[in-house]
Design a protein around this ligand. Structure first.
Ligand SMILES: Cc1cc2nc3c(=O)[nH]c(=O)nc-3n(C[C@H](O)[C@H](O)[C@H](O)COP(=O)(O)OP(=O)(O)OC[C@H]3O[C@@H](n4cnc5c(N)ncnc54)[C@H](O)[C@@H]3O)c2cc1C
Length: 467
């Protein structure tokens, strides 16, 4: 290839923008990025409302970020990356304890029946007294390692809300990949030595500032970053791909040497010609994503509480988390106003998905009152965002369907799929960026190193999401 290859990147979230930036920075390719929304950042974006920057649900940059990526983020944000102490609380059996857990707090605040249940479960596990199931569901894995007290009071009701399925219907992979404290040993380690000492990083102007900075740097380095552009069809041709897109009503065809996709893998299969095998399209429902309603309430007070995020595993409360963005970047403005962001997972067919903003506002206010949090006056305004692809749902047997899609994508020449949606990975932003950096490493002198990519894929499989 005499000139640099042309890589068309699908999706402008952290994975797509990270790839566009790396490819241009390292001079490995010409880049066009296609994002269907009017902004970059995907699920990790921010937007302005009620005089504040707000995220799509609680987002923090974790201390487990690869040092090289963290250094790049620091440089790109030019002094805007803050280091903050976590100030979370979780409601367990009607009482609030600090989250991440603190030993003294647990001893003083947990109700005695719960604490003795946990101790008994720990002893029963050690002594081999717990009945073990031979199954490999989310429920089996956690019950075997943690016993009924933590499962019934925390993980199982939380799982029903987050993924919308019974623990027995979810794959054991969900417990291994999604639950950081999936054994007593790990739980104790996290209590005694929290990740990053209980600190996190946060950009001054909202979490989305990270991806916006990557997108701006990619543009500055010569990438063509197309917003409000949808991919209509990917046509395989001898030398690569013809990417059919529509930008603000105008159809365009882009000639690509490589297509790097970060959009949902099921969507990718539907867009491609020659068409993916019918069996693959039929398997698509086995790969499902949980949707999420984000309900923002503006309150006419300076601050609601000093907590950054409240977590609600209990089934009596519909929302899973309530965050106060002002507490993430320690903002003192706007004066006399703060915003709360409530996360309400659901399926797009659920009645809640199509509720009005006002109805959702009432629902969240009811939850806040049930949770006995200090809502002095009703909110002055409500705003709602809808995320269609919030969380991958690892139903039992999803591996077979995902593997079929993955094998199909791998069989397509010069097509790469990665990122949260592309690999159906319940990951963090730094994982999505890591994938983008690894993909770039694999493209040298116009040739993609499949062997190296396979090695990186094994590393991605070890990623465990942080809350
Ligand atoms: C509620 C919530 C809280 C989270 N909290 C944290 C946290 O605290 N810390 C953390 O590190 N991570 C957190 N995450 C995870 C983080 O948001 C993701 O890891 C990250 O967004 C993944 O980036 P991505 O680029 O792989 O995918 P996405 O962000 O999903 O980006 C995919 C992009 O593709 C675009 N797209 C889709 N289809 C098309 C199409 N046909 N054509 C063109 N474009 C298309 C989408 O519009 C989107 O912009 C959280 C996620 C959620 C939902």
């Amino acid at each position: 290839m005499s000139q640099l290859p042309h890589v068309v990147v699908l999706g402008g979230g952290p994975a797509g923008c990270g790839a566009a930036h790396q490819l241009r920075r390292q001079g490995r390719a010409r880049v066009t990025l296609i994002e269907r929304q009017g902004h970059f950042g995907g699920n990790a974006s921010s937007f302005e409302w009620a005089g504040q920057w707000l995220d799509y649900g609680s987002h923090r940059l974790h201390y487990t970020t690869e040092p090289a990526i963290l250094e790049d983020i620091r440089t790109l944000l030019k002094g805007d990356l803050l280091e903050r102490r976590r100030q979370g609380r979780i409601r367990l059996r009607g009482r609030y304890v600090r989250f991440p857990f603190k030993p003294a707090d647990l001893l003083l605040r947990l109700d005695k029946a719960f604490a003795s249940g946990v101790l008994w479960d720990m002893a029963a596990g050690k002594l081999g007294l717990r009945q073990r199931s031979s199954g490999d569901t989310f429920g089996d894995v956690l019950m075997a390692s943690l016993g009924p007290t933590i499962c019934d009071n925390f993980y199982f009701p939380y799982a029903r809300k987050i993924w919308g399925h019974e623990p027995a219907a979810l794959s054991g992979t969900q417990a291994r990949r999604r639950v950081t404290a999936n054994s007593f040993a790990k739980l104790l380690k996290r209590i005694l030595k929290p990740v990053g000492g209980g600190m996190f990083y946060y950009p001054r102007r909202g979490f989305g500032q990270i991806t916006s900075a990557y997108a701006a740097a990619a543009t500055g380095a010569g990438a063509d970053m197309m917003l409000d552009t949808s991919v209509d069809r990917l046509e395989r041709v001898d030398a690569g791909w013809k990417v059919h897109v529509t930008q603000q009503g105008a159809a365009k065809v882009l000639d690509a040497d490589y297509v790097w996709s970060t959009i949902p893998i099921t969507m990718l299969a539907r867009l491609t010609t020659p068409a993916a095998p019918e069996a693959l399209v039929a398997a698509a429902p086995g790969i499902d994503y949980r949707a999420m309603l984000l309900v923002y309430l503006q309150l006419d007070v300076d601050r609601f509480t000093a907590t950054d995020a409240h977590y609600f595993p209990e089934s009596s409360i519909a929302i899973t988390r309530l965050s106060e963005p002002k507490n993430y970047s320690d903002l003192t403005t706007p004066v006399g106003s703060t915003v709360l962001c409530a996360e309400l997972p659901c399926a797009p067919g659920d009645p809640t998905w199509s509720m009005t903003d006002e109805e959702l506002g009432h629902l969240v206010v009811k939850d806040i009152r049930t949770a006995q949090l200090p809502l002095v006056r009703p909110p002055v305004a409500v705003h709602v965002k809808r995320l269609r692809h919030a969380y991958p749902i690892y139903l039992t047997g999803y591996e077979k369907h995902f593997d079929a899609h993955d094998a199909w994508a791998a069989s397509q020449p010069r097509l790469l799929t990665f990122g949260r949606q592309g690999l159906f990975a319940h990951d963090n932003t730094h994982h999505a960026l890591y994938m983008a950096y690894c993909a770039t490493e694999c493209l040298r002198d116009g040739v993609f190193d499949e062997v190296k990519w396979a090695e990186y894929r094994r590393v991605f499989a070890t990623h465990v999401v942080e809350d």
